[in-house]
Design a protein around this ligand. Structure first.
Ligand code: SF4
Ligand code: SF4
Length: 453
């Protein structure tokens, strides 16, 4: 084994061997966890990232030998349960990821353990599967009569207490409202504009809406359309799209991820081959198509074509800007914006394109916070993890509430609170305890506002 301290090359990632029966062999997975945990015990760089690492290090320190071999293997599950697959340890911290010979992939080893756990079944499986059925939940909850009832129940303290006891959703966790004004039914059609390809950017956009924008906050999608229209970029909304599969991936339900990918890939790949940039306004969904699905289907031409065409909206706008094709005729400054970069955007390795775009707007000061909010998809609303989710988010809540330019440079409350991940933004709003009320806006909505749209 090499003693070299860290890899000098860019991280690479192995395909996920999920179709191999050996992937689900518990002993082999535990052996790999033991190997990785031993390296992590000697390193400990990631101690502040999430709950997995402190849980592991406490188990080691309190074990019989003070080493990983003193930890009861049954307790490995405690480490697995604390991982919500944000990927930050892999892509921003760990020097031992491939091509380093130590070949360490902490998140995908946790994913493998979750996949074994999912096949074995857990006491919370019903709750976990129900929460991860985002498209089915959205379709049901957006039916006009049902929607009022669902939204009223989510605000009722009594119903939330009952919900915590019966289905295990923490009574204090922020949960999204549903809407009957579903985005895909209301989205305005594009004007027949000419396609202007740039050197770096494609001249037409396919919007992969995402479940959240479709059934929970369609305004984000409408604002994206307004910005595209303003910049004379023709677009279409991808029809009959299925969930990206991220909530299923987080559970380790890889068969469902594959089913969803098979529903989405043919039409997305056709759009990619027709020359569309595919833009996705929720970073976790973008990451699924950029990273996880291509790693699950490394030899699938459709998965690779979609990967190449998939863009974060602000990544796309910055490419457009470099091509001289993004308008900068802003009408309104935004003031002091506290902006949080979602983990699933950080690990896309595209840089801080949202910040760069917001900073192009005159009279706008961006306070950028680059740390995990703790929300982590459905993980942070679960009864057993919500308090940890709030604890992980505390430094973010504090930094978001202290905009350095507020109060004439003394520091204080921002004018706007934004995150690329709108679920994280609402989790941050909850953690800011009143300081963000009425101030949460998705960066796409802020951009539309700055354009005066
Ligand atoms: S992927 Fe994220 S949650 Fe999982 S161990 Fe790494 S930093 Fe922690
Ligand atoms: S994942 Fe890598 S950087 Fe993090 S504690 Fe383990 S060995 Fe260290």
């Amino acid at each position: 084994m090499s003693a070299r301290e860290g890899s000098l090359e860019a991280p690479t990632r192995h395909p996920l061997d999920w179709q191999n029966p050996a992937f689900y062999d518990e002993k082999s997975c535990f052996d790999e966890m033991e190997r990785i945990f031993d390296i992590c015990h000697g390193c400990r760089r990631c101690v502040s990232l999430c709950g997995s690492f402190p849980t592991l290090f406490d188990l080691v320190d309190e074990g019989t030998t003070g080493e990983v071999d003193g930890v009861d293997k049954k307790d490995y599950w405690k480490v697995v349960d604390q991982c919500y697959l944000c990927d930050v340890c892999y892509l921003t911290k760990c020097p031992y990821v491939p091509p380093h010979p130590w070949n360490l992939d902490f998140p995908h080893t946790m994913l493998r353990a979750k996949a074994i756990q999912f096949k074995q079944g857990t006491p919370t499986k019903f709750r976990d599967v129900t929460l991860s059925n985002t498209a089915a939940n959205g379709k049901l909850a957006s039916i006009p009569i049902v929607v009022q009832t669902v939204n009223a129940l989510s605000k009722s303290k009594a119903a939330r207490s009952l919900g915590e006891k019966v289905i295990g959703v923490h009574k204090d966790a922020w949960v999204p409202e549903f809407t009957s004004k579903v985005f895909e039914k209301k989205a305005k059609k594009s004007a027949p504009l000419p396609v202007r390809h740039g050197e770096r950017s494609k001249g037409k956009v396919a919007i992969y809406t995402t479940c959240y924008v479709n059934w929970n906050e369609p305004g984000i999608g409408h604002d994206l359309i307004k910005v595209l229209q303003h910049n004379e970029i023709p677009y279409l909304v991808v029809e009959k799209q299925a969930c990206c599969g991220m909530p299923k991936l987080e559970l380790g339900d890889l068969d469902s991820v594959a089913d969803l990918a098979r529903q989405n890939l043919p039409q997305l790949a056709a759009l990619a081959r027709e020359g569309y940039a595919i833009v996705t306004p929720i970073p976790s969904c973008t990451l699924m198509f950029k990273q996880e699905i291509p790693l699950m289907f490394p030899n699938d031409a459709d998965a690779q074509a979609v990967k190449a065409a998939m863009c974060d909206p602000f990544e796309y706008f910055q490419l457009r800007h470099k091509d001289g094709l993004l308008k900068t005729d802003f009408k309104e400054g935004l003031g002091n914006v506290s902006y949080h970069i979602a983990c699933h955007l950080r690990v896309q390795n595209v840089g801080q394109k949202t910040r760069e775009t917001l900073e192009m707007i005159p009279n706008t000061a961006v306070n950028t916070v680059e740390r995990c909010s703790g929300h982590a998809g459905t993980w942070g609303v679960k009864k057993e993890f919500h308090e940890m989710a709030m604890k992980i988010g505390r430094p973010v809540f504090r930094q978001m509430a202290e905009h350095p330019k507020a109060n004439n440079g003394q520091g204080g409350d921002p004018d706007h609170v934004a995150s690329d991940c709108q679920l994280a933004a609402h989790h941050i709003e909850q953690g800011m305890a009143g300081k963000a009320d009425g101030k949460v806006a998705h960066p796409l909505s802020l951009l539309a506002q700055a354009y005066g749209l």
